[in-house]
Design a protein around this ligand. Structure first.
Ligand SMILES: Nc1ncnc2c1ncn2[C@@H]1O[C@H](COP(=O)(O)OP(=O)(O)OP(=O)(O)O)[C@@H](O)[C@H]1O
Ligand SMILES: O=P(O)(O)OC[C@@]1(O)O[C@H](CO)[C@@H](O)[C@@H]1O
Length: 305
């Protein structure tokens, strides 16, 4: 079983406002509400690729109920921990540019974290845990390290997709996969990049520090994969951008969907790129058929041994 952990889920309230103007009354021309949060997005894409997963994390209030109900309608398995307070609503405003306003969400207490830890201890070394997304109020800044230690001690493989400054400290626990984007890679090493070539030594460093697979996403410019066999590059696929929210999560899900089956990183990378782009070209997260249509368009070149 794959477990996705979303510590701070959200309803993604996606609105389109053509010619949005600050300091004026604006009206939407389109609006959608999706169950969101990074781990939930990973589970929804896995489902679309016919791979089963269980959603873990903290939900509360009427917004939490919405998430539970929508995921149940989509026949996703959930084992959320109910917390006091309302799960957050994240606004994704699409105009000529995309603007995001993410809410804070409820405060999580130790008792809730302990309940999550107990759930994780039910996983086995044959399972995989995907940790992704921001840390809600109430939990310590190093909570992911605590959780990763717990699963590592049990021999349970895990994936981490966080932009938190603790990512480097997680690497010695050997995550199966991490997925920074190019901005996060620059921030981790307190640097900036003018070209993909400049990013290569930093991606390699993440492997040296303990990550098995490093998937570096670069938006419309595609992605790169770093592992002990070398560096691989997939140029961006062309298509009309409809929605970049969740493209990174879709990439993680696409990768994981294949990696759990045969541990072939190149095949997994191909599905990751196809899934990220398919979501970028969809209003909501991509459907399975849209991902499969893009798989054969993904071209991967090894750029370094
Ligand atoms: N405009 C686009 N055109 C083609 N492919 C895209 C586009 N945007 C994203 N992708 C694909 O999706 C992958 C993940 O996107 P991105 O790099 O934006 O992740 P991210 O920054 O983690 O996104 P988010 O946090 O919004 O989910 C990219 O590596 C690329 O393969
Ligand atoms: O605040 P976090 O947890 O970092 O990000 C939350 C979020 O922006 O990420 C997802 C897209 O990746 C959305 O579904 C959700 O609203």
């Amino acid at each position: 079983m794959i477990y996705t952990v979303t510590l701070n889920p959200a309803i993604d309230y996606v609105i389109r406002v053509p010619e949005f103007k600050l300091d004026e009354l604006n009206k939407t021309t389109e609006e959608y509400k999706f169950p969101g949060g990074k781990g939930i997005n990973v589970s929804r894409i896995l489902k679309n690729l016919k791979v089963e997963s269980t959603n873990l994390g903290f939900v509360g209030g009427f917004t939490g109920t919405f998430i539970r109900e929508r995921l149940a309608e989509e026949r996703l398995i959930t084992n959320f921990i109910e917390v006091p307070g309302d799960t957050r609503i994240n606004i994704k405003l699409k105009s000529d540019v995309e603007t995001e306003i993410n809410g804070q969400g409820p405060t999580i207490e130790k008792i809730h974290l302990d309940a999550l830890k107990a759930q994780l201890l039910d996983a086995t070394p044959e399972d995989l845990v995907v940790f992704s997304g921001s840390i809600p109020k109430g939990l310590p800044n190093d909570v992911y390290i605590e959780l990763v230690k717990l699963v590592k001690e049990e021999g349970i493989p895990f994936v981490v997709d966080i932009s938190n400054d603790q990512l480097l400290d997680i690497l010695p626990f050997n995550p199966v996969l991490i997925k920074p984007n190019h901005h996060e890679l620059a921030a981790i090493f307190n640097t900036s990049f003018n070209s993909f070539e400049e990013m290569i030594p930093y991606g390699e460093k993440l492997v040296e520090m303990g990550a098995e697979q490093v998937l570096l996403s670069m938006g419309k410019d595609g992605a790169a994969l770093f592992n002990e066999t070398g560096v691989y590059r997939a140029p961006g696929l062309t298509g009309a951008l409809k929605n970049s929210v969740g493209a990174g999560d879709s990439m993680v899900a696409g990768f994981v969907s294949q990696y759990v089956q045969d541990k072939d990183p190149i095949k997994a990378f191909t599905y990751g790129v196809a899934s990220g782009s398919a979501t970028a070209f969809s209003e909501d997260l991509a459907l399975g058929k849209d991902i499969l249509n893009l798989v054969e368009k993904v071209k991967i070149n090894q750029v370094k041994n």
